[in-house]
Write a protein that binds this ligand. Structure first.
Ligand code: NDP
Length: 321
């Protein structure tokens, strides 16, 4: 089968389409024939080496497809089932992949493979951020960075559905218009506007900031919070934020700071099913609409990474095997 492999860390050029053996299923595992593969910013961190992985390696954590082989003792799925998964081991940029059945979820009939691969990892991320890390409720002022991106588009709509006032931070006027269409109440342009000043003018300070940009926005995000507010640093699109002293939280009003990852919130099969069910529910209600993803052939995965890193994309990207 064909799969994207990397021999070393580096730019998109290290990604190569290779012929690799089709993996065998072990006990408790299923092999998925991929129909659509999710592209996530974490794949860039794995490629560059910001997040260390043993090399050589595949890439990718997320895909949707059909179960084509079932190992011993599998109880959740049978051959022919439509399923999706959104956690490691790394290697989803491939025609097929083997996952533990406890990592996969059944796809409702209404959800296409493209939409599943566009939304499972990103949507479950939006869900744990808004429902678990900080429980967003009616009246909360919520700042969402990279609001026109994959996670961002889902988070903006979901936060509005929960009754929050949403302040969307984006990289361009075109992305600001998109965030408004998705329901954002206010928009701020990263790199042009003074983010903290604008958030304070609009709201007097946010209850929670969801910052996936990292290095470039971390301080502005902290300065955007009202006393007792929560800083949720959940990504590094511009590079990892610098270390901070605990006293920096005290000085700004006894702030909370967390650095969560999805995988701790879907660590058990019960947590995974609950999280995915909540996502499928808000999409079925049309409270959250998943835009059709930009589609790249698997062989062009490097181009998908270039576009994502160059901030050229909005919404989600998928690879077609
Ligand atoms: P996005 O589609 O959101 O793409 C990243 C966006 O970040 C860009 O479109 C861009 O939007 C913004 N950005 C700001 N500065 C930079 C920069 N210097 N270089 C590149 N992009 C920049 O990607 P995803 O939806 O896949 O992921 C969004 C973020 O969420 C990522 O940081 C990812 O790591 C994080 N994440 C974290 C998870 C967790 O469990 N902690 C799980 C899933 C995602 P703009 O032009 O509007 O500024």
């Amino acid at each position: 089968m064909k799969a994207i492999r990397i021999e070393r860390n580096g730019g998109p050029e290290v990604m190569a389409l290779s012929e690799t053996p089709t993996p065998e299923v072990g006990p408790g595992q299923v092999r998925v024939r991929h129909r659509a593969i999710g592209v996530n910013f974490i794949d860039v961190y794995h490629r560059t080496g910001l997040y260390k992985t043993p090399l050589p390696s595949g890439l990718g954590l997320e895909a949707a497809g059909v179960v084509e082989a079932v190992g011993a003792n599998v109880t959740r799925f049978k051959q022919g089932d439509r399923i999706a998964y959104a956690s490691g081991p790394i290697g989803a940029y491939a025609e097929t992949y083997v996952v533990n059945e406890a990592q996969a979820v059944a796809l409702p009939a209404a959800i296409s493979f493209d939409i599943a691969a566009a939304s499972l990892l990103k949507g479950m991320t939006a869900r744990f951020l808004l429902r678990k890390t900080f429980r967003v409720e009616r009246g909360h002022v919520v700042v969402i960075h990279a609001a026109a991106g994959g996670v961002g588009q889902i988070a903006v709509q979901w936060a509005k559905h929960l009754g929050a006032t949403v302040i969307a931070v984006v990289g361009s006027d075109a992305k600001a218009a998109l965030a408004k269409e998705l329901g954002a109440d206010h928009t701020i342009i990263n790199g042009r506007d003074d983010i903290a000043k604008r958030v304070r003018e609009i709201s007097g300070g946010a209850h929670v900031v969801y910052d996936s940009v990292g290095k470039d926005t971390f301080d502005a995000s902290l300065d955007s919070l009202r006393p007792l507010g929560m800083m949720v640093s959940f990504g590094n699109a511009s590079g990892p934020p610098a270390a901070i002293a605990p006293s920096a939280l005290a000085q700004r009003g006894s702030l909370f700071l967390t650095r969560p990852t999805l995988f701790d919130y879907i660590a058990t099969v019960e947590q995974l099913d609950e999280t995915a069910a909540d996502l499928f529910d808000v999409t079925a209600q049309r409270a959250v609409k998943i835009a059709p993803p930009a589609r790249y052939p698997l062989a062009d995965a490097a181009q998908a990474h270039r576009d994502l890193e160059a901030r050229k994309t909005t919404g989600s990207l998928v690879l077609a095997p």
